[in-house]
Design a protein around this ligand. Structure first.
Ligand code: SF4
Length: 470
């Protein structure tokens, strides 16, 4: 039996084979197919064209549909996309659909009112955050999604990858897809994560090292005790940005943190844990010592344009943005709030919870990630008091969107952002310059108006308690 990696074992198990090798094409059974408001309508159109107007999806319990991209906008075309999803969900009796129920879909009706209470809406927010929260992520499974950051779910020890609408439509009708087995690159981090670093600094260092095409069609495996020391949410930041290096998928080992989360959340009772065989083949290996790493940024206009935050201390900023599937999780919010608490931001600072659950946690958790105590600020209150403008959950300005999108860069401004992509125009204006950074660096920079190394503000570990876990 050949020695195999986690991804190879998942492929073999889903192809009904005992082994596969990198480069081998296999038909696999897909466990979950996710789509959203941008690509859902296109996928549905292809599904109907190819399978027939009366065709039924392969499994109505395995196709979560999560609108998140263009929600809080007056743009009628965006509202129409939601209505297409609603009609399809009704027609197919799709089990898991997270409707923006506050959205008025009448053409030309104007901006929808945000949900009033994040616990009283079916709407979730960013799909990659909602997928694990709602129990759709499990070790050993194959999850596909019509979004390039579907690779986020690899943090749960599964194969997760983005696909185009045509491939998604095929899976929608058959439950299968055809995949080439990717070879694996191994990135090992030694030591414990220091208080001034997050996974964002690690992944910016990786992408800066190998470039935006450095992992093209490869598995990026993040290993070592440094990865074990990260929260599960922070590992999602690593796997989320695998695609920024061209990776087919990103994976982390399954440990007790993973199992605790999945046992509490999964909507199916069984899964299988796979891990790399000792001595399996890696096409590339690189190692870092966390104690020698520094807070990183990716300068305009590419995620591999790496530099240290320290080196960029003369860069003047116009805006800060804390949100997205990369930097809008509750642990990201706690990190930012600990730096901002008791201070005042110097530049407009937009905060967007990654999901309605994150939004609710911001209201109920304190700066240590535990239930807020009397007389102490919640994460939400600390951010608001520091002068941040907090919007409703969703993708918002991470990908620009219509001009009325919350936090969008409508002018050629300089912005520090916890998002994952900074190609020209990504957050709005084509001449805006976006500096990708951790929530610590973004918060520190919001206080000074310049790119700022968070070591100026943080020396002790920031505790996140059970936030983002149960
Ligand atoms: S938050 Fe940004 S990166 Fe994440 S799914 Fe939305 S648009 Fe894509």
């Amino acid at each position: 039996m050949p020695k195999m990696t986690m991804t190879e074992k998942i492929f073999a198990a889903h192809a009904g084979k005992t082994s596969v090798t990198p480069g081998e094409n296999v038909w696999v059974n897909v466990d979950v197919l996710m789509t959203h408001d941008v690509c859902g309508p296109g996928t549905i159109g292809i599904f109907k064209k190819e399978f027939g107007p009366d065709a039924k999806v392969w499994d109505k319990t395995r196709i979560p549909i999560i609108p998140d991209h263009y929600i809080f906008t007056a743009d009628g075309k965006c509202h129409r996309n939601i209505q297409i999803l609603r009609d399809f969900v009704k027609e197919q009796d799709i089990k898991y659909y997270y409707d923006p129920d506050f959205l008025d879909t009448d053409e030309g009706s104007g901006m929808p009112n945000p949900y009033r209470d994040p616990t009283k809406t079916n709407y979730k927010g960013v799909c990659h955050k909602a997928l694990p929260e709602e129990g759709h992520c499990r070790p050993g499974e194959i999850l596909l999604g019509t979004d390039s950051h579907t690779c986020t779910a690899g943090a749960f020890g599964q194969f997760a990858s983005g696909v185009g609408n045509t491939d998604a439509a095929f899976t929608m009708g058959t439950g299968k897809t055809w995949l080439k087995t990717p070879p694996t690159m191994k990135f090992t981090f030694h030591g414990e994560i220091p208080p001034y670093l997050t996974a964002k600094d690690l992944i910016l260092a990786v992408i800066g090292e190998i470039g935006v095409a450095g992992a093209t069609y490869k598995t990026m495996y993040f290993a070592g005790e440094g990865i074990s020391s990260l929260t599960l949410e922070d590992r999602m930041t690593l796997t989320n940005m695998a695609i920024e290096a061209g990776g087919k998928n990103g994976v982390c080992d399954v440990d007790q943190k993973t199992l605790d989360y999945v046992q509490a959340r999964s909507n199916r009772p069984e899964w299988e844990v796979f891990k790399d065989d000792p001595g399996c083949n890696y096409v590339f290996e690189h190692e870092w010592d966390l104690s020698t790493m520094e807070p990183m940024v990716a300068k305009p206009h590419s995620p591999d344009n790496k530099d240290t935050a320290r080196n960029c201390s003369d860069v003047e900023l116009d805006q800060a943005y804390i949100g997205s599937c990369t930097g809008g999780k509750i642990t990201d919010m706690i990190m930012a709030a600990n730096i901002l608490n008791g201070n005042q931001v110097k530049i407009p600072t937009f905060v967007v919870p990654g999901s309605t659950e994150v939004h609710q946690d911001m209201l109920t958790l304190g700066l240590d990630g535990e239930k807020v105590k009397d007389g102490e600020p919640s994460v939400y209150a600390a951010l608001e008091k520091a002068g941040c403008t907090i919007g409703p959950s969703g993708c918002s300005a991470c990908l620009g969107g219509p001009s009325d999108t919350f936090g969008r860069l409508n002018e050629p401004k300089a912005c520090i952002s916890t998002t994952n992509r900074n190609f020209p125009g990504r957050m709005g204006h084509k001449e805006a310059g976006v500096y990708l950074a951790s929530p610590l660096t973004a918060a520190a920079s919001a206080l000074t108006g310049k790119v700022t190394d968070p070591r100026e503000f943080v020396s002790e570990p920031i505790l996140t308690g059970s936030a983002g876990v149960l």
